[in-house]
Every structure is written in C-alpha cells, then in structure tokens.
Design a protein around this ligand. Structure first.
Ligand code: ADP
Ligand code: MG
Length: 318
C-alpha cells in the first residue's frame, strides 16, 4: 500500500509550478506581486455534514475548491494558490485519483497552483485554503453599502436548493430544464472573473452560500445599513426554477436556499451600465433585485406591493 508521501507525489504534486517553493519542502514560498495585497480564505467540508457518505469524489474535488474560489471572487481577488489538508479513514487510491482530477480540473481552469497541504488518517474531511492577490486598496468588502445603493445578484438563485430536492427525491427533473440543478449543487462555478470586474463598481459584495436573505443580511449588518427592499419579480430564476415555482408557488428556495455561490453586491446607480457590461463580458448576467433602504430589515415585495413572508431562513450550522 502506498505511503503518505507516495500518495502526495502521485495525486497532488505536479512539476512546473510558479511558486518559488511549492510542494515538497516544509512550507511553500510565494513572491507577492508589487502593489498587491494578499487575500486568504479557507473552507472545511466534512462527510455527513457538507456531503453525503459515498459522494462522487470527482465532484468533491471541484466543489471543495469552488467554495474557496467563490470567497476570493467575492473579494475581487485573483486566486493564485491553494493548500489541501485531507483526513481520510484509509488511503483509497480510486477515491484519491477521482478527487484529484476534479480538483485539478478547477485549479487549471483558474490558473491556481496547489502549493502544499497535510494528509492524515481520520474521518473524511477536506480543508482547502486558497489565496490570491488584489490591487492595493481595491478589495471588495462587505462593509461598503450605502442607503440608496442598488442590490444586485449574479446568475440565478435557488438552483442548488432544487438540486438538493432532486437528490432527496422530493422534486422531479424535467428534460426541458435549462440548467441542471444537480450540477449547480455539486459543481458550482465560482464567479471569479465577475468579482474581478466589479472592483471599483460595487460598493460591497458577498458570495451567496447560506441563502440570499441570510447573506444579504450579513452584508447590510457589516455596512451598518438598516435594511433592503427586494423585488420578487426581479429575482433571476432559471427555467427549472420557474417550473418549480409554477408547481409550488414558493420563492423560498430562491430567497433562502443555500449553496448557489453567486455574488450578491451593492452599487450606486452610476455603476449600473458598467455592471451590466461586466456581466456580458463575463457571461454571467447581473440583475438588479432591489435597493438598500433606511428601514430596518429586508422586505421582500411582491409585484402588487404586498410583503412576501418567506417560511425558511438561511442555513446555519448551530
Ligand atoms: P510536514 O511534516 O513538514 O508538515 P508533510 O510531511 O505533512 O510535511 O508534507 C510534505 C509536503 O507535502 C509538504 O510540502 C506539504 O505541504 C505537502 N502535502 C502534504 N499533504 C498534501 C496534500 N494533501 N496536498 C498537497 N500537498 C500536500
Ligand atoms: Mg504536515
């Protein structure tokens, strides 16, 4: 059976990295580009909590990195490197080969280098840390929103929640759906290019991991702005979601479903055209869904002006 170091060599070490020192020494060495700040994030995926036992390792490879790149996207940073700390009950080479191929697929798509990690025996748990660079002073933060700014969201909302309903057998797929909700759940595409393009346009940003209402709530709280009005009719929905909506009349998965990994951001009106153009350039549509207000709380407004009351809140671990 291969030992720890052979496994790292086989599945995680690659020749030709750009880091001054990558995998193989006690620590990696990176050379920060002049005029940039370091942006770092980490996310943990634990079997039984974040994914089901027996989940497809290739998809886990993608998703474990995607959630980190999504955080960097929400900061406007250019992802450059990642580390992988992995605990597993036994060294399963089929699992490692598939995990590694999913991971490197997304690493390569974004030019990110795996520069180190740690490997040990234990319950299946994946911790990725990712980092990158942003031009000095231009990181997108949660705390920059002002009353009167528009609230925007990228892509479409609620598809990952539909993917989970498909997995749980409580909703049925349809050949005519435009997006594959399961793919949106298991293989989210981090909005890295869009995040970069929003530097200087957005006043505040966050990625939607726990649901729109919860994450917009975090942004408003950081910004010390009291609330927002969200127009239901403007929520960007896939055709799959519209079919679900026709069946259930429920907006809750779009408003409060987790794991869409879209960007939610605020911006002054002056940024409007440039944001729409950025969305076109990045092929990720951006939709204005509401306004930051001086009234306390997030109000979800129906087309007729009535207030919609979601039944679900966002996701919370504790
Ligand atoms: P140390 O004992 O000094 O922490 P390790 O023996 O844990 O070093 O790791 C040896 C090298 O392999 C280090 O460069 C480390 O960053 C890298 N490494 C260990 N596990 C992984 C992994 N799962 N993915 C990528 N690199 C790893
Ligand atoms: Mg170690």
């Amino acid at each position: 059976m291969a030992g720890e170091f052979e496994l790292i060599e086989r599945y995680f070490r690659r020749a030709g990295g750009r880091a001054a020192v990558g995998i193989g020494d006690d620590a990696a060495v990176l050379i920060p580009p002049a005029g940039h700040e370091l942006v770092v994030t980490t996310d943990m995926l634990t079997e039984g909590v974040h994914f089901f036992a027996g989940a497809d390792p290739r998809l886990l490879g993608h998703k474990s990195l995607a959630v980190n790149l999504s955080d960097l996207a929400a900061m406007g940073a250019q992802p450059t490197w990642a580390t992988l700390s992995l605990s597993m009950p036994h060294p399963d080479e089929n699992w490692l080969a598939a995990y590694s191929s999913g991971l490197f697929g997304l690493l390569d798509a974004h030019g990110v280098e795996l520069i180190g990690g740690d490997t040990c025996r234990g319950p299946l748990c994946i911790v990725i840390q990712a980092g990158g660079w942003v031009e000095e002073g231009s990181a997108l933060l949660r705390n920059g929103a002002s009353v009167g700014d528009s609230v925007w969201v990228s892509g479409s909302l609620g598809d990952a929640a539909l993917g989970l309903m498909l997995e749980q057998g409580i909703w049925k797929a349809d050949g005519t759906d435009d997006v594959d909700p399961r793919r949106r759940l298991h293989a989210p595409e981090p909005r890295v290019g869009l995040g970069r393009a929003l530097r200087g346009l957005a006043s505040a940003a966050i990625d939607v991991s726990d649901g729109l209402l919860a994450d917009l709530g975090h942004l408003l709280k950081s910004s010390a702005t009291p609330g927002a009005d969200i127009e239901l009719e403007h929520l960007p929905l896939s055709a799959a979601y519209r079919r679900y909506l026709a069946e259930t009349a429920s907006w809750d998965a779009a408003l409060a479903g987790g794991e869409d990994y879209e960007l939610c951001f605020t911006a002054p009106d002056a940024s409007r055209e440039a944001i729409l153009e950025a969305g076109r350039q990045c092929r990720v549509p951006c939709t204005g869904i509401g306004t930051v207000t001086a009234e306390t709380g997030i109000r979800v407004v129906e087309p007729g002006g009535a207030i919609y009351r979601p039944r679900a809140a966002g996701f919370a671990h504790f």
